[in-house]
Design a protein around this ligand. Structure first.
Ligand SMILES: [Zn+2]
Ligand SMILES: [Zn+2]
Length: 272
């Protein structure tokens, strides 16, 4: 059984005022519990709500996969409290930093004074870093995590976590305008139980943001349909989209597909 927690569903920036309370304002973070093992995708500001789930599980390690290291996907990282526990091990994985010296060097060179008073190399918890080439498959116990290169400035990687035939795909940040890898992405997500997709824009306004590295909720539905996925989660919402706007999108999504939904912060989806 997979429990998928949407801890942060925004892209770009958190949004914290009363216009955003229904869908939530934290940036990207999805936590998946698999038989007591913790997998986390991205460390946006939503990761601050991962700590109680980790504590409840009594876990002493977590596997944290970065799609990439744009600010909205790492800003919560130092506030993932298990990093401050010397009995806890965090395994960090990244496949987008081959051209930038890898994930260890990235954090060691940026997460330090004066940006943050404790440097990456001095957290009390154990941190293990692993870089990989997109396309690589991780095997962790009885879980596999497949990876796929996305179309995004500075590059980004999609993940497909599978356990006992059940799977969830985490696909953000990605611009669909480049069709070169569309067929590959469809095969990557084919038949998954839950497809989480970068739906920052809409087909109607996408032209204004070409080249910004994001996709639309309509493309989420098209991909979900073509790849025969069970459920599609609209994700990485534009921080400009208030609850009123998100509710309108949700209405439009429902008209087209009963298998798709708009991800809200705090939502949990169980796949069993
Ligand atoms: Zn993003
Ligand atoms: Zn990005």
């Amino acid at each position: 059984m997979l429990n998928v927690h949407f801890l942060g569903v925004r892209g770009s920036t958190p949004c914290a005022d009363e216009r955003f309370v229904t869908y939530g304002g934290h940036t990207s973070c999805v936590l998946v519990e698999v038989d007591g093992t913790i997998f986390i995708f991205d460390a946006g500001s939503g990761i601050i709500n991962a700590s109680p789930i980790v504590a409840k599980q009594g876990a002493c390690e977590a596997h944290l996969f970065f799609s990439h290291v744009h600010l909205d996907h790492i800003m919560g990282f130092p506030f993932f409290y298990p990093l401050w526990n010397k009995h806890f091990t965090t395994h960090i994985y990244a496949g987008s930093l081959g051209a930038y010296g890898g994930i260890y060097n990235f954090f060691a060179n940026t997460l330090k004074e004066p940006l943050f008073p404790v440097s990456f190399t001095e957290f009390p918890g154990d941190i293990h870093c692993q870089d990989f080439e997109p396309g690589y498959t991780h095997k962790i116990g009885n879980v596999t995590v497949d990876t796929f290169m996305l179309n995004h400035p500075n590059s980004a990687v999609a993940y497909r976590l599978t356990c006992n035939g059940k799977s969830v795909c985490y696909v953000t940040d990605h611009e669909h305008g480049d069709n070169s890898n569309r067929e590959g992405l469809i095969e990557f997500i084919r038949g998954t139980d839950l497809f989480i997709y970068d739906s920052t824009y809409e087909d109607g306004n996408y032209q204004n943001f070409k080249g910004w590295g994001h996709s639309t909720w309509q493309e989420a539905l098209r991909l979900g349909d073509e790849a025969d996925v069970a459920r599609t989660a609209i994700f990485h919402h534009d921080p400009q989209n208030t609850d009123v706007k998100m509710a309108a999108i949700e209405e439009d999504v429902k008209k087209i597909s009963s298998a798709a939904f708009v991800a809200r912060q705090g939502m949990m989806v169980t796949i069993d």
